[in-house]
Write a protein that binds this ligand. Structure first.
Ligand SMILES: NC(=O)c1ccc[n+]([C@@H]2O[C@H](COP(=O)([O-])OP(=O)(O)OC[C@H]3O[C@@H](n4cnc5c(N)ncnc54)[C@H](OP(=O)(O)O)[C@@H]3O)[C@@H](O)[C@H]2O)c1
Length: 374
C-alpha cells in the first residue's frame, strides 16, 4: 500500500485533491499534516473541507485510509515527533505540498508559512528521498509567481524572472518556494503546479471559498468598471485543478515538471464575465470607463481606512490586493496541462450564473453540516 504525505488537506483545493487521490488510488493511504488541538478537532476540520465532495458515511469510510499527523508548518520539524518524522522518512511514496498562506497583505504570514513551512516540508522530502526513496514531490504554487505583467500570455518557462517586481509577499514567497524545491531536491521527480484564479466548480454550484466570488459579483453589480472591457480574466474551475493535480501527481512519467492550471488563451474578457453574472439576475451589467481608474482607486483606498470589520472595508481591502491581478490582462498558457489531461477547463461564463444564484441564496456562506456523533 502506498503512502502519500499531504499538507493543506483541510483547505479548498486540498479537499478536491485528497478525495480524488482516494478514489483514483484505491491502494493508497494518505498521511495528512493537519493543524488541530487534538484528533477530534482535526477530524472536524477535515470534514468541513471534504463535505463538499462526500456525505458523512463516505467520509467515515475515507477516514479508515487516513493517518492524521497533528502539526504546523511553523513548528520545528512541522511539529512532528522524532518517531513520526523517521517513520514518514522511511516509508512514504510521495509528497503533495498544498498548504500555504494566501494572505497577500501579510509579509509575516507568507514568510512563516510559504518559506519556513515549505522549507520544513522539503527537508522532510529530503529525508524521505535519502531514507526509503521518494517517487515524487509535488508543490502547489500559483500563476502569480509571474509577477507584474501587462497584456501577456505567459508560458511556464518564462514565468519566474527574478528581476521582475512581484505584486505582493504571497507571489514573492511562492516563487522562492519553487526555487527551494528545485535546489534542494534535484535528484527527485518534482512537479510544480501553478493555478491561476480558482473560482467555483463547473459541475455543481456549491463552494466553500468566497473571496473571488464576492469580488466578481461586486464588479458585475457596479454601474461602471474603471478598466477596459477586453481585459482578460484567467479563471479556472476547481474541479479541473483537482483533476489535473491528481492526474499528474500519480502519472508514471509526466511530460513536464511545471504546469499552469489555467484558462490560458481560452480566458474570457471582463465584459463577457460580468455580463454573464449580471444577466443571471436580469441586470444589464456595468459599462466601462478607463478614465474612472484614478477616482476608483482613491475610493477603494478611502474605504479601506474605515474601521476594521465593516463589510465595505473588507471588500475594499479585498479589492486592493486583487485589483492588480484582474486588470493586468495577463493569462497563463495552459497547453501543457490540456495535452496531459486531454481536455481544457470549463469557461467560467458557462457556470457563473449558477454560482451566482448559489452565492446569493446562501448569503456568500457555505451551509456546513455537523458530522453525526457516532
Ligand atoms: N484558491 C486559489 O485561487 C489558488 C490559486 C492559485 C494557487 N493556489 C494555491 O493552492 C494552494 C491551496 O490553496 P487553497 O485555495 O486551498 O487555500 P486554503 O483553502 O486557504 O487552504 C490552505 C491550507 O493550508 C493549510 N495551512 C495554512 N497554514 C498552515 C500551517 N501553518 N500549518 C499547517 N497547515 C497550514 C490550511 O490549514 P488550516 O485548515 O489549518 O487553516 C489549509 O489546509 C495554496 O498553495 C495556494 O497558494 C490557490
Amino acid at each position: 500500500m502506498s503512502r502519500i504525505f499531504v499538507t493543506g488537506s483541510t483547505g479548498y483545493l486540498g479537499g478536491y485533491v485528497c478525495t480524488r487521490l482516494l478514489e483514483q488510488q484505491p491502494d493508497a493511504r494518505l498521511a495528512l499534516l493537519v493543524r488541530g488541538r487534538d484528533r477530534d478537532h482535526a477530524i472536524d476540520k477535515l470534514w468541513r473541507g471534504w463535505q463538499l465532495h462526500m456525505d458523512a458515511a463516505a467520509f467515515k469510510e475515507a477516514l479508515s485510509r487516513v493517518e492524521l499527523h497533528l502539526g504546523d508548518l511553523h513548528a520545528k520539524n512541522l511539529g512532528l515527533s522524532d518517531a513520526a518524522w523517521s517513520d514518514l522518512a522511511g516509508d512514504t511514496d510521495s509528497v503533495l505540498h498544498i498548504a500555504a498562506s494566501l494572505n497577500r497583505k501579510s509579509e509575516r504570514a507568507c514568510l512563516n508559512t510559504n518559506l519556513r513551512g515549505a522549507l520544513s516540508v522539503i527537508r522532510l522530502g529530503r529525508a524521505m528521498a535519502d531514507g526509503g526513496g521518494l517517487r515524487r514531490f509535488s508543490f502547489v504554487s500559483t500563476a502569480a509567481v509571474a509577477g507584474e505583467r501587462w497584456r501577456e500570455v505567459v508560458p511556464e518557462d518564462q514565468s519566474i524572472r527574478w528581476d521582475h517586481r512581484q505584486y505582493d509577499p504571497y507571489a514573492r514567497t511562492k516563487a522562492f518556494g519553487e526555487h527551494m524545491l528545485r535546489e534542494l531536491l534535484p535528484d527527485v521527480s518534482t512537479i510544480v503546479f501553478r493555478p491561476s484564479t480558482v473560482l467555483g466548480d463547473a459541475r455543481f454550484p456549491d463552494t466553500t471559498q468566497w473571496d473571488m466570488v464576492r469580488a466578481y459579483v461586486f464588479f458585475a453589480e457596479l454601474p461602471v468598471l474603471p478598466w477596459g472591457p477586453d481585459i482578460r480574466q484567467d479563471i479556472v474551475n476547481a474541479d479541473y485543478v483537482g483533476d489535473a493535480i491528481t492526474h499528474v501527481h500519480l502519472a508514471d512519467a509526466p511530460r513536464w515538471d511545471t504546469y499552469h492550471l489555467s484558462a490560458g488563451t481560452g480566458s474570457r474578457s471582463t465584459r463577457e464575465i460580468v455580463h454573464a453574472l449580471a444577466s443571471a439576475t436580469g441586470k444589464p451589467g456595468p459599462r466601462f470607463s478607463r478614465r474612472l481608474k484614478g477616482p476608483f482607486d482613491g475610493t477603494v483606498r478611502a474605504l479601506e481606512m474605515l474601521g476594521p470589520g465593516a463589510t465595505t472595508q473588507r471588500m475594499a481591502a479585498l479589492l486592493r490586493v486583487f485589483l492588480p491581478y484582474v486588470t493586468n490582462d495577463t493569462v497563463f498558457d495552459n497547453g501543457r496541462i490540456v495535452a496531459e489531461l486531454g481536455r481544457a477547463p470549463t469557461p467560467f461564463v458557462d457556470y457563473a450564473p449558477s454560482l451566482l444564484h448559489y452565492a446569493k441564496e446562501n448569503d456568500f456562506r457555505y451551509p456546513y453540516r455537523e458530522l453525526p456523533a457516532d
